[in-house]
Ligand binder design. Structure first.
Ligand code: ADE
Length: 270
């Protein structure tokens, strides 16, 4: 996969040289190019922002350098095919669609992703309109809070997407059991020593009984998700739950009513 990132702080993206994503780059699984937006300015001060039309606080990123860098990336894109398919341009912004594991899986299939890191009050809107001629433009948020710019969001997204590219993670099995892969949070994990600070590893994990271990882990997933992310529980497909799952959910505050999972406190009394 090719990834291009445009930023006025290219040093921010140096973290993508480390760990699994850095290794993926060295193994040529990921062709990552970071562009300094200021390299596309033509004035002595390398100015990338200006005051907003209509007034208001803060500064807005000027369109010209963005137009130049995005044109160049679009021209070089391996994803601009004969059928008119467009490469994807992700614009990190708190006003975007929320990034989640399903989006990470979808984007991991792409041949080419470009990330446009805005700063200040954002990028002149005409840049996104112009870019839509060459890119499939997607404003994306990593959560309901405001960062100072898109760089940290790009680090999070590139890591989440990059680890799903075949070959990046040594043991792809580990992707199957992690949080969010089946709509539930991951079960707790333990390693040696079996006893630490007076705390014991749950006995069932030492039993060698694989069915019991699987049930214990599934119960922990359901309990945790019910406590921490009840919004995920009500989204579960009830037809995937067996009798044990329904029983665990009942003991953790959820009931199955007419094929739907609902919090028990929302069931009207007879
Ligand atoms: N830029 C500023 N805040 C952001 C957020 N929450 N997600 C993505 N990009 C952002």
């Amino acid at each position: 996969m090719r990834i291009d990132v445009v930023s006025i702080f290219p040093e921010y993206l140096a973290a993508l040289d480390l760990s699994l994503i850095g290794k993926a780059r060295r193994d040529n699984l990921l062709d990552l190019n970071v562009h300094d937006l200021r390299d596309y300015t033509h004035d002595r001060h390398r100015k990338v922002d200006d005051t907003p039309y209509g007034g208001g606080a803060g500064m807005v990123m000027k369109p010209e350098p963005w137009g130049e860098v995005l044109n160049r990336i679009a021209t070089e894109s391996p994803a601009t095919g004969p059928l008119g398919e467009k490469p994807i341009l992700i614009v990190p912004a708190p006003a975007g669609a929320v990034f989640d594991q399903a989006m990470a899986y979808e984007l991991a299939e792409a041949q080419h992703l470009t990330f446009a890191c805005g700063r200040y009050e954002g990028i002149d809107e005409r840049v996104l309109e112009h870019a839509a001629e060459s890119f499939d433009v997607r404003p994306v948020s990593i959560g309901d809070y405001v960062l100072n710019g898109g760089e940290v969001a790009v680090l999070a997204m590139v890591e989440a997407i990059g680890r799903l590219i075949p070959g990046v993670i040594g043991n792809p099995e580990s992707l199957v059991e992690e949080s969010h892969s089946d709509g539930l949070l991951e079960y707790p994990v333990y390693t040696k020593p079996g006893s630490w600070q007076g705390r014991e590893v749950p006995e069932v994990l030492l039993s060698g009984n694989h069915a019991k271990i699987a049930r214990f882990r599934r119960n922990k997933q359901l309990e945790r998700t019910a406590a921490r992310r009840p919004d995920l529980i009500v989204e579960l497909d009830a037809s995937t739950l067996n009798r044990h799952d329904r029983d665990t959910l009942w003991h953790n505050g959820f009931a199955l009513v007419e094929g739907r999972i609902v919090p028990k406190d929302q069931i009207a009394p007879e």
